[in-house]
Design a protein around this ligand. Sequence first.
Ligand code: 13P
Ligand code: SF4
Length: 357
Amino acid sequence: SDPDLVARARAAKAALGDSVFVLGHHYQRDEVIEFADVTGDSFKLARDAAARPDAPYIVFCGVHFMAESADILTSAEQTVILPDLAAGCSMADMAAIAQVEDCWEQLEAAGVAGRTVPVTYMNSSAAIKAFTGRHGGTICTSSNARTALDWAFEQVGGLEGDGKVLFLPDQHLGRNTAVRELGLTLDDCVVWDPHRPGGGLTAQQLADARMILWRGHCSVHGRFSVEAVETARREIPGVKVIVHPECRYEVVERADEVGSTEKIIQTIAAAPDGTSWVVGTELNLVRRLAAQFPKQRIAFLEKNVCYCSTMNRIDLPHLVWALESLVEGRVVNPIRVDPQVAADARSALDRMLALPG
Ligand code: 13P
Ligand code: SF4
């Protein structure tokens, strides 16, 4: 990266000292990660933000929903800054609050809302998290989806009963967790399509379902294919395939390991030297893993380049701008969630943080 910008970022961070805390998601560029005080997956970063009550400014190098969650979990005196407001998430955008409210009304009309608990992936807007809080549900991340689903089913009579989970907005994480970890079947899962009347489901399908999966997905992880897994197995003898649970069910089924970004890193770090891996997650992380663990052979699961374009919006120029502005006494791009929305969302986030494990 540009040495002038690197020097400016260093100088600004030194001038700000402990008044600023920089969080970096694993999918961020190397040039940004270099200035992160901590790195992590979305679960770890939410906890890390909450654990820093003394820092008046939190600069969040990640995407908008993560910065919102950090704002909700930190005190009113702290300000969360997102260096580029265009760093959104296409998956989070697939569930608009009006669509979700409409879905819930239809579940009420169908007589199933009373035995349904919403479980919402971290990758969602604050408004959807607030909806989840208002209806007694919890947030989950890819690290604790199983625990969150166990908890949710307990609220409606356990796995053996006829209670349901409305899982938002990533159908793949919901399906993969329910089928592979809870022992539900693919037939127990239905997909609610917000663009079709009644979600595209019949009353019978809705009545029989255990998991109502929102029709959302990650545009990055959704691209990994069964063919790519098969090609890797053909081309690399003894290869281990590790993928993120946002990948499609067929892909996850054919992988050796599945886990959040944090789990992917730990698994590769713990593997014996000389192990070959192909990794199905965002490319910045895969490249960093390859550089960090030169004794492993680490390759990307797709032949094509596949960055998360919105994660990549946060680059060194934006970070320098955010930090230097603070040095000059100006706050740029603060993320401030409406207090009522934040209070409702907080109840759902607190339920997640109280989950065992
Ligand atoms: P985790 O950080 O929870 O693994 O999520 C991956 C992701 O897609 C974040 O946007
Ligand atoms: Fe959203 Fe996928 Fe990018 Fe994560 S990787 S921010 S889920 S689009």
